[in-house]
Design a protein around this ligand. Structure first.
Ligand SMILES: O=C(O)C(=O)Cc1ccc(O)cc1
Length: 391
């Protein structure tokens, strides 16, 4: 099954406030709203930024949204959170036939076909293996309407261009759970393992260890189809997940443990936006008051990092003032084809519970992996940032 992320749905206490943050600080535009008979309804705000679409719903314990489950529901959340990652795909009925393991308990809404004036929409909703998160599968190949049935859309000329698409989504998991979560995505949605970098071991994943603390990371991506033109196209729109677990099951003293205790379950820890000009993107965040995490002081002072930055012909001061991390592989001679670099910057958490954060990533000649050095630097920076209040 070929999957593309259609939208990500959030469930928050105050949808207007979170939408304002996304609009003012991250440059999202208002694209639509869920139609409602209630004039005061603030749920179902649709925001767009290039190829990224978010739907913002409000937490609600008494009513769980319209009963048809079409990109709604799962609102009974105790904290602000990502509650649904919706995949556009085709052939949903055969997906269910091929996966008899999808028992009733795992299906939130069975395959439903809606015949509308704008065409036909088929969808189903399944529970993901992760905490409070569900996946909507939606087939819009026979739908000619704007966004989705049940939503009204607006013209949005003021489209910003700070981010192009979603590069990857990271999940925070309980210790020991990565293998089962990846197995679920492999067996049900046909994901394949993606190696984080050359130090990633098939079984053990990529381990970051600083002192007695650390985390284990593994990654996977959805299968790619062969009707795209280039490998670039293939990975561009393909969902990619990174799963992260603490090395220490009882730790609340690390960022994964702290996420789990504040989020009250496993869930989406960060969403990475791809850009082709990280300085422009981060300048926008900074000038609109969305702070990014500063790497440790020693990061830019390190001699080999300075040499790496110089070899890439980047301005070290500019990178430092924008809190941008750098990782590269440059060949000094012969073929330039295996040169690559990754530039990354991470925002502070955006929810009141200090859970979800965003990442901005710029890639050159690498579509998938993550630099070992950048991950370790981020781990140190986040540890410092999250726990300095407690010191
Ligand atoms: O580098 C990335 O973008 C990753 O996704 C890896 C990662 C995952 C979780 C962390 O807390 C820090 C880094």
């Amino acid at each position: 099954m070929h999957l593309v992320i259609h939208h990500i749905r959030f469930c928050v206490k105050d949808s207007v406030e979170f939408s304002l943050l996304l609009r003012d600080k991250l440059g999202f535009s208002l694209y639509g709203n869920r139609k409602s008979n209630n004039a005061n309804c603030t749920s179902g705000i649709v925001l767009r930024h290039n190829n990224i679409t978010f739907v913002i719903d409000e937490r609600n314990h008494s009513a769980n949204g319209p009963s048809d489950h079409l990109c709604s529901g799962n609102l009974s959340q105790n904290v602000d959170t990502v509650c649904d990652i919706c995949f556009a795909c085709t052939n949903i009925p055969s997906f269910f036939v091929e996966h008899p393991q999808l028992t009733k308990e795992l299906v939130v809404a069975p395959v439903t076909e809606n015949h509308l004036t704008d065409g036909i929409v088929s969808y189903a909703v399944i529970k993901s293996p992760i905490g409070n998160l569900q996946h909507t599968l939606i087939d819009l190949s026979k739908f000619k309407g704007a966004f989705l049935p049940g939503f009204e859309t607006y013209d949005h000329q003021s489209m910003n261009n700070y981010f192009e698409s979603i590069d990857h989504i990271a999940y925070a998991l309980n210790t020991g759970r990565s293998q089962n979560v990846l197995k679920w995505y492999r067996e049900l949605l046909g994901f394949t393992r993606l190696f984080i970098n050359q130090d990633d071991d098939e079984e053990d994943g990529f381990v970051v260890k600083v002192g007695s603390k650390g985390m284990r990371l593994k990654a996977a991506h959805a299968s790619v189809v062969d009707h795209c033109n280039t490998t670039q196209d293939l990975l561009y729109s393909t969902p990619k997940f990174v799963v992260c677990e603490s090395l220490n099951a009882s730790a609340q003293s690390d960022q994964i443990g702290l996420f789990l205790s504040k989020h009250l379950s496993e869930g989406v820890q960060h969403i990475a936006f791809k850009t082709n000009d990280i300085i422009k993107s981060v300048s926008h965040l900074q000038s609109h008051g969305l702070n990014c995490i500063s790497p440790p002081n020693s990061y830019y002072l390190n001699k080999s990092k300075s040499a790496e930055i110089q070899a890439l012909k980047f301005d070290k001061n500019l990178l430092q003032s924008h809190n941008v991390l750098v990782e590269s592989h440059l060949r000094s001679c012969a073929s330039k084809s295996d040169e690559w670099f990754i530039l990354q910057c991470f925002t502070r958490p955006v929810f009141p519970e200090d859970t979800l954060f965003f990442e901005v990533i710029q890639r050159y000649q690498t579509n998938s992996g993550f630099g070992a050095g950048n991950i370790t630097a981020l781990w140190k920076a986040v540890q410092h940032d999250m726990f300095k209040k407690k010191c």
